[in-house]
Design a protein around this ligand. Structure first.
Ligand code: AMP
Length: 184
């Protein structure tokens, strides 16, 4: 977890590789569907381009499908999901029905000004259509309204691991590895 621009995608790819589990990024799955022009992509794009969350029903069904795949049986790393209280409930139900559980919920903590600067840089580098300044502002608002409260929820479950997300990618990776090892 962490606001847009915290480096979740970058770190999730590295950590999933280290753990040897699939990296499941809901944002990446939506973007792949958008570029392939699938019905899911056409639906998701309306929300993504406005900086809003894709409706829970659509997102939950997509994650349910993905977690049911064989490669997820030994474990997986979710990136960008759950993001709403309803998604937390759905994920708990999905895990319960497959007798799986979360080992940890990792939060990358960052300074909001730094995050905006990162997103503006990423917009220039990658040309993401949801990285314009207005949309960036809206994505941050949505994060703080809908997703930040989940951090407290996972803290009370004893699952939360917080790591400083500022600095070089490799330094942040080192902190995550150390923090997760401490938890295990
Ligand atoms: P991300 O790459 O994780 O920042 O996701 C990009 C966009 O995809 C978000 O701004 C949302 O529009 C959508 N999205 C990704 N994950 C979710 C989710 N769990 N729930 C709703 N929308 C999502």
């Amino acid at each position: 977890m962490g606001p847009p621009g915290a480096g979740k995608g970058t770190q999730a790819a590295v950590i999933a590789e280290l753990l040897g589990v699939p990296h499941i990024s809901t944002g990446d799955i939506f973007r792949a569907n958008v570029s392939q022009g699938t019905p899911l992509g056409i639906e998701a794009r309306k929300y993504m381009d406005a900086g809003e969350y894709v409706p829970d029903g659509v997102t939950n069904a997509m994650v349910r499908d993905r977690l049911a795949a064989d490669d997820c049986a030994p474990g997986f790393l979710l990136d960008g999901y759950p993001r709403t209280v309803e998604q937390v409930g759905e994920l708990t139900a999905m895990l319960g029905s497959s007798a799986q559980r979360l080992d940890a919920v990792l939060e990358l903590t960052v300074d909001v000004d730094e995050v905006v600067a990162r997103l503006v840089r990423r917009a220039a580098e990658q040309g993401r259509s949801d990285d314009t300044e207005d949309v960036i502002r809206r994505r941050l608002e949505v994060y703080f309204e809908q997703t930040a409260p989940l951090i407290e929820l996972y803290r009370t479950q004893g699952l939360l691991v917080q790591v400083d997300g500022l600095g070089e990618v490799s330094d942040v990776t080192g902190r995550i590895v150390a923090a997760l090892a401490l938890e295990s």
